[in-house]
Design a protein around this ligand. Structure first.
Ligand SMILES: Nc1nc2c(ncn2[C@@H]2O[C@H](COP(=O)(O)OP(=O)(O)OP(=O)(O)O)[C@@H](O)[C@H]2O)c(=O)[nH]1
Ligand SMILES: [Mg+2]
Length: 196
């Protein structure tokens, strides 16, 4: 089982440019405000790691975080679906993200975060279609689980898994607030990183 001993901000990518090819990358995708940065902070145990590089104006960037001094990178993708962003900006985001997903040689897996309380949005679903089209392995993670009682979580996740057409056994639950699901996520990461 992987242990996260350190995590450091590495770099931000703003253009259609591939940063590197050697170190395996796990990308975190999801709509704006779903909890991507909090997820990275929870996994790495560094409360302000991702937030510190997420100030306004950097939202179109891919932010790289190096885990265990280069064992792998977590890549915080810009959030989509934010209503206050112009169409031009949305298009620019889409191009940068799609370029990254399609061209990155080091990308091993995408974590697609969704809010456990909501049905996936059309943008969430179209992103999962994109992953399938380019044969990119991905895992759906339902976050903010602390917002639902334990009793209601299973049903909510079943609905989400069905909407994406993925098996419920492969859909994870987590809470960045409580740390629920962290062990399962680290187990998944261990598996992913061993596949190299
Ligand atoms: N209750 C609860 N709140 C959460 C959780 N994860 C994130 N949040 C809250 O949701 C809000 C958005 O979290 P962020 O981590 O900034 O979301 P993001 O996806 O990085 O947002 P963008 O960078 O704008 O795309 C913050 O107020 C967080 O505190 C969670 O698991 N439980
Ligand atoms: Mg963020």
């Amino acid at each position: 089982m992987i242990k996260i001993l350190s995590a450091d901000y590495e770099t931000s990518v703003v253009q259609k440019k591939i940063y590197q090819e050697k170190v395996p990358e796990i990308a975190i995708a999801g709509r704006s405000n779903v909890g991507k940065s909090s997820f990275i902070n929870m996994l790495t145990g560094r409360k302000k790691l991702a937030r510190s590089s997420a100030e306004p104006g950097r939202t179109r960037m891919l932010n790289y975080f190096s885990v265990n001094k280069g064992e792998f990178y977590l890549v915080d993708l810009p959030g989509y679906g934010y209503a206050k962003v112009s169409d031009k900006e949305k298009e620019a985001w889409k191009e940068i993200i799609e370029y990254y997903l399609k061209e990155s040689k080091a990308l091993r897996h995408v974590i697609l975060l969704v809010d456990i309380r909501h049905d996936p949005s059309p943008l969430d679903l179209s992103l999962s279609e994109y992953f399938r089209y380019y044969e990119l392995p991905f895992t759906i993670v339902a976050t903010k689980a602390d917002k639902l009682s334990k009793m209601n979580r299973k049903g909510a996740v079943k609905k989400i898994a069905d909407a994406f057409g993925v098996p419920i056994e492969r859909t994870l639950i987590c809470s960045s607030l409580s740390g629920d699901g962290r062990a399962e996520l680290l187990a998944l990461f261990s598996e992913l990183l061993q596949e190299n």
